[in-house]
Design a protein around this ligand. Structure first.
Ligand code: UDH
Ligand code: NGS
Length: 366
């Protein structure tokens, strides 16, 4: 019937329109979500970049001004190179955080004895981080001071072995940027401790920009690693409670054994006297110099400042100096002409050995 076919056509027409509408809706929704997913992917990619940038900055502890995309291998190579650079003493150190005032590596009281066998090979093996010439600096923080350790020396090889055996681990735990200089008096003339110390100061500075100097006898070993071998606002006396003096000072002005001075403090007193030949008095002269320039002596406590001396006989050519009392009575008059400003010597050899730098010098004779 004609009326029925018109109704059927109408129904078909409406159904088709609905299908087309649904298709359009479906396509619109698909396009909407597709475009949104593109946005998200872009944002994700950006986040990944800034995250990578942060990781780079933290792991190397460097501040990078702009992010440059690197492959993982390039990044690893860069970190490796940086670590190697940190280990090279004498070269500028990359930006690191400062080491703390008190090293967290310290252990306190130490057992010190001199009846155990020690060899240079074993000491070297035990201290793999010590570089040729006896140089070390921490790799994970920037040391607070650059310390040259100066040892006056002649024919005390057995004592030096013990010194290196005990001191290298201690100095590393103290997180110091340090170098060990053994100043060996050439020949068999009368010994001159203070002049050798002046030579050590001068020669160490030729090698590195040290700001602190520790002057140590070869036979003195600290019994506590909290006795830090560094400089303080006043000149420091470190060997304050020696076993041979019953763990106390022999007298209040005693400044012998181990002491430290900043470059500034040392220069203020024109360094040390050059004319104390033989044993005794040069440490008292140094004390007089410091006092005359208005400085006082800083010291660790008796407990922290405990140290042991390796027992020995008097050395040949280091007899008590008969002129010492007269000289220390005139320090104020002589100190401006006799000191670092009048130092003269001849370097015989400089050897960068595994655990120390040995500088052999001709210091002349009285
Ligand atoms: N030193 C040497 N070789 C010498 C003389 C002195 O290396 O021939 C150095 C060494 O670093 C020594 C420092 O200079 O630690 C001071 O010298 P010293 O140890 O002779 O002085 P100290 O006051 O002893 O410690 C003095 C002699 C004590 C004799 C005791 C006898 N029982
Ligand atoms: C003093 C000496 C110092 C010496 C100190 C400790 O008498 O040089 O003894 O000596 N002063 C004079 O002689 C003027 S020690 O017991 O360590 O041999 O450092």
């Amino acid at each position: 019937m004609p009326g029925d076919s018109a109704v059927n056509f109408n129904l078909l027409h409406r159904t088709c329109k609905l299908v087309v509408l649904l298709c359009f809706l479906h396509i619109s929704v698909t396009v909407f979500f597709y475009v949104r997913s593109l946005d998200l992917r872009f944002a994700f990619a950006q986040n990944q970049q800034s995250l990578h940038h942060n990781v780079t900055a933290t792991s190397s502890q460097l501040t990078t001004s702009a992010f440059t995309s690197r492959t993982k291998l390039e990044e690893e190579q860069r970190v490796r190179e940086q670590e190697q650079e940190q280990l090279r003493p004498g070269e500028p150190q990359k930006e690191l955080d400062k080491c703390p005032e008190t090293s967290p590596l310290l252990v306190g009281p130490l057992r010190i004895e001199f009846n155990i066998p020690v060899s240079l090979q074993q000491i070297k093996k035990d201290n793999p981080q010590v570089q040729p010439g006896g140089r070390f600096r921490p790799t994970d923080c920037k040391a607070l001071q650059k310390v040259a350790i100066i040892i006056p020396f002649r024919k005390r090889d057995e004592h030096l072995k013990y010194w290196l055996y005990y001191l290298h681990p201690i100095l590393q735990r103290q997180q110091l940027d340090y170098g060990v200089y053994v100043i060996n008096q050439d020949g068999d003339e009368i010994f001159n401790r203070a002049k050798l110390l002046n030579v050590g100061y001068t020669e160490a500075l030729k090698e590195y920009d040290y700001d602190c100097f520790v002057f140590s006898d070869v036979d003195l070993i600290p019994m506590d690693d909290r006795n830090t071998y560094r400089c303080f606002s006043q000149p420091r006396h470190l060997s304050v409670s020696m076993d041979k003096f019953g763990f106390r000072l022999p007298y209040n002005q005693y400044f012998g054994g181990v002491s430290s001075m900043s470059k500034e403090q040392y220069l203020k007193i024109n360094g040390f006297p050059n004319n104390y030949w033989g044993w005794g008095g040069e440490d008292d002269d140094i004390y007089n110099r410091l006092a005359s320039r208005g400085m006082s002596i800083s010291r660790p406590s008796g407990e922290v400042g405990k140290c042991r001396m390796i027992r020995h006989d008097r050395d040949k050519q280091n007899e008590p100096n008969p002129q010492r009392f007269d000289r220390i009575a005139h320090t104020r008059d002589t100190m401006n002409k006799d000191g670092i400003n009048s130092l003269s010597y001849t370097v015989v050899s400089v050897d960068k050995l595994d655990l120390f730098t040995e500088i052999t010098v001709d210091v002349g004779k009285p």
